[in-house]
Ligand binder design. Sequence first.
Ligand code: PEP
Length: 244
Amino acid sequence: MRYLIAGNWKMNGSTASARDLAAAIAAQHAGAKADVVLCPPAPLLAAVGATLAGSTIRLGAQDCHFNEKGAHTGDISAWLLLDLGCTHVIVGHSERRADHGETDGQVKAKATAAMKAGLIPIVCVGETEAQREKGETAAVIARQVRGSLPDGASPETVVIAYEPVWAIGTGKTATTADIAAVHGQIQQLCGPKPPRILYGGSVKGSNAAAILATPGVSGALVGGASLDAADFWRIVEACPPVSA
Ligand code: PEP
């Protein structure tokens, strides 16, 4: 399977700047070495989707509700995201787990709803710095993977992102040995046909090649560097070739 590079724009940009960034990224889509998904803030999905039309770059959202519709003020269903042209949705990002108290059960319900709607959920897991220092990384990852993945997850229907919380937006990255260990653990937890597992945490053009060549890594979830079209493309270009 091809590598996947997903850009998480978080709560950044305006309609005008998002259109400019999406256009600058889409301009280089021909012959991309990986599948590429851009995840702008929800109010900018339509504008970014229109800008990406005609390119191979896919549209993703940063969260969804687990119900199809109803009295959930301010929330967005996976079905609405599909209607807006999304193909992917990030669920269980550590910032949502921290800021909104999202539990593994809620993340699983969101991922399940995304799958039912026909979207590919990018399910995020990762330990905090305190958990790593206490030697709890493997236990936290096992609990999050078992608790957050939808039933019947397959490489075609789900993507996992391993994002050590202490590496997000900090400039710190895990060592390739640490990344390989956790990705290997997640693969084992998922059985013989594990989904693609992205690494996330301060990935940028200058460190992407080493991270993407690490065993068990099949792409990256990129925050800060996805706001710079040139650096984002350096990451895409760093993807190793994949045999069919
Ligand atoms: C993220 O938010 O998913 C992320 C990995 O951010 P950054 O690349 O900025 O660390």
